[in-house]
Design a protein around this ligand. Structure first.
Ligand SMILES: Cc1cc2nc3c(=O)[nH]c(=O)nc-3n(C[C@H](O)[C@H](O)[C@H](O)COP(=O)(O)O)c2cc1C
Length: 326
């Protein structure tokens, strides 16, 4: 039944992934932007008609903005963008488990690089239809001790086009990247980025679900003290709590990630307390239904993002949620 209603779920994940790109192009060309207004929200002068957006990795090179806007997303995050173009990790990079509504990926930031993304963004008229966030990373050959140079380069080049930046140090698919989440490394990385962005464009930090609760709270508090503007919780997980037919490497997203993502949202709300005033908390990870979206908002997230829900529910997800919100 599922297969008949959602034919792409009967295709291998790699093929469905490749087919989704021309389809998104087509949607962007054929349809006009739509606005679903529910729980409108304003933050630092950015206006969100609704709080449900596209998470990092769905549009790595800013190629499908018109499609996201036509589908009714409340905001869009592009990237992860790195200074230089890079190819995906070798071998299989995406898989899907239809029974558990889980996705596995080992992409490793394949993207066209800052210059290509910049020239694409230059052609898009501002104001954008929704706020546009840019997720940035380091190239895989850049050593961690030089990582801040990569992030700084992305910020300097893309600043005129970004409504906010997201520092991605939480992907499990770039060797050693998550080592940047230790308190000392995080401070060294963030200080120059925060001073580059200060007063101009907000800077958010995307955290990993695989951090211990105490490392997670330390990262929250230390980034808060350094002057970060908000957090995205969470990236994909290396945990395999249920029997999924995925390799040990690579990140899992979708339903199996929901419990940990919610746990960390609650922990963040509790840890930050009043200090989160003026800051932005975005919840992502296992948001698969409209009910899940409202639950994250009720737990204290101001914005919510999806990736896997678009795979399992299809492109009408934004419309479905808007209908249930009314
Ligand atoms: C195929 C794939 C590629 C991804 N690429 C990125 C990426 O480039 N940067 C990033 O920050 N997160 C990336 N993510 C993680 C998502 O943004 C999100 O944090 C994660 O999938 C959890 O959300 P979900 O359960 O709704 O899928 C990727 C996820 C998937 C499934």
């Amino acid at each position: 039944m599922v297969v008949l209603k959602k034919p792409w779920l009967s295709l291998p994940a790699g093929i469905a992934y490749k087919l989704s790109h021309p389809l998104l192009k087509l949607i962007g060309l054929a349809k006009s932007p739509r606005t679903f207004t529910w729980r409108p929200f304003t933050w630092r002068g950015l206006q969100f008609a609704n709080p449900l957006g596209i998470s990092g990795g769905l549009d790595k090179n800013a190629e499908y903005l018109n499609a996201w806007w036509a589908l009714g997303a409340g905001f869009v995050e592009i990237g992860t963008v790195t200074p230089l173009a890079q190819t995906p990790n070798p071998g299989k990079i995406i898989a899907r488990d239809n029974k558990h509504h889980a996705v596995w990926n080992k992409m490793g930031f394949p993207n066209e690089g800052v210059a290509a993304v910049k020239s694409r963004l230059k052609q898009i008229k501002r104001p954008y239809h929704t706020p546009l966030f840019i997720n940035i990373g380091k190239n895989r050959q850049t050593e961690n001790k030089n990582a801040s140079q990569d992030y700084l380069h992305c910020i300097r080049e893309l600043k005129p086009y970004a409504d906010a930046f997201i520092v991605n140090v939480s992907s499990p698919n770039t060797a050693g990247l998550r080592d940047l989440l230790t308190p000392e490394n995080l401070a060294n990385l963030l200080k120059p980025l925060i001073s580059e962005c200060a007063g101009k464009v907000p800077l958010l930090l995307k955290l990993s679900p695989d951090m211990t609760d105490s490392d997670f709270s330390s990262a929250l508090v230390s980034s808060l003290e350094l002057g970060i503007d908000g957090w995205i919780l969470t990236n994909t997980t290396l945990a395999r709590d249920i029997d999924l037919n995925f390799s040990k490497e690579g990140g899992v997203s979708g339903r199996p990630l929901a419990a940990r993502s919610k746990e960390l949202l609650k922990l963040a709300v509790q840890t930050l307390g009043d200090k989160r005033h003026g800051k932005l908390l975005i919840s992502v990870g296992g948001v698969m239904t409209a009910k899940d979206v409202f639950e994250r908002l009720n737990l204290g997230a101001q914005l919510v993002q999806i990736y896997s829900a678009l795979i399992f529910e299809g492109p009408t997800f934004f419309c479905q949620v808007a209908e249930e919100a009314e």
